[in-house]
Design a protein around this ligand. Structure first.
Ligand code: SAM
Length: 281
């Protein structure tokens, strides 16, 4: 089972402001009747541990194919004028955008890596978000169709690269090794996902995140289990704070908000001789 008994480290506690809020309520609004109720309710929340059952083994996640929110309910051709950021197509769900914002704030990434650039709208949102938080962070987004990225997806801390995830050797390893940690890696390309996870794991460090989006595209329960089993062998934990933040699996990254927690012996696992690929568009 997960080691939830372990309290958060001091550097993690800086993100938790409930005590400050309760204290402010008591200081300024002590005579309002609900102040004490709010303080009591907040006192019940295990803020010292992040959340109950925060870190979970990938294969221990219930995987019954049901998500609290049918993330693809918008239909297969769902891009329209409502699905844009600064006029650029952006396929992110609104709930995932909020989860990413919270994750960026907590992790304070130096690097965000996006696999699957599309028009560049999501990468632009990511760097704007990091910049709005004052972070020293850059976004690197990779796509086989990198020429389809709009010139309007332009920011000094945002770079687009060509890469073919079916041929992982097309990744510039020197570039990856030069990118400062912590990392948030977002796999939104849905190509060769087993080997992609294995390859990135070799370059990741404790505290980094790897989020695999659109996991309801994993066709069979067997494929989903194969992916989660690989994640577990590679030493990833599922972070319940994000994956279940709005209800069980209410995210397009169903069961797949992965993080590395400690510097366990580095496990090198080859992904698979086969590849799991699907087209979510
Ligand atoms: C779901 S879209 C990305 C959406 C974008 N991240 C967003 O949120 O708006 C998937 C992307 O994967 C890219 N892709 C497909 N096959 C690929 C491959 N073999 N290597 C790299 N990227 C690939 C597609 O060109 C497409 O831009």
């Amino acid at each position: 089972m997960s080691d939830n008994a372990q309290p958060l480290q001091p550097h993690q506690l800086q993100h938790i402001h409930a005590e400050e809020y309760v204290s402010a309520l008591q200081t300024h609004y002590a005579d309002l009747p609900w102040t004490q109720e709010a303080a009591a309710a907040l006192a019940e929340v295990p803020f010292d541990r992040g959340a109950p059952n925060r870190y979970q083994k990938p294969t221990e996640r219930i995987n019954d194919g049901v998500t609290g929110w049918i993330t693809h309910s918008f239909g297969p051709r769902r891009y329209n004028i409502s699905r844009v950021y600064k006029g650029l197509l952006c396929g992110k769900s609104p709930i995932d955008l909020w989860l990413y914002s919270a994750n960026i704030w907590e992790v304070k990434p130096r690097t965000i890596i996006e696999l699957g650039s599309f028009q560049g709208g999501s990468a632009l949102w990511l760097i704007d978000q990091a910049q709005a938080m004052g972070l020293d962070c850059s976004v690197h987004s990779f796509d086989i169709l990198d020429k389809a990225v709009s010139p309007r997806a332009n920011h000094p801390r945002l770079r687009f690269h060509h890469a073919d995830l079916k041929q992982l050797e097309t990744f510039d390893v020197g570039l990856l090794e030069s990118l400062p940690h912590p990392w948030i890696v977002i796999d939104d390309a849905h190509v060769n996902i087993l080997n992609t996870l294995s390859m990135f794991r070799q370059h990741m460090q404790p505290g980094d995140y790897f989020i695999k989006e659109d996991t309801d595209g994993l066709g069979t329960a067997g494929e989903a289990f194969e992916y989660l089993s690989l994640a577990e062998k590679l030493g990833f934990w599922v972070d319940g704070v994000f994956v279940d933040g709005f209800g069980f699996n209410v995210t397009t990254a169903r069961n797949t908000w992965f993080t590395l927690r400690s510097s366990e012996p580095h496990v090198h696992v080859h992904g698979s001789s086969r590849d799991i690929t699907w087209d979510p568009l």
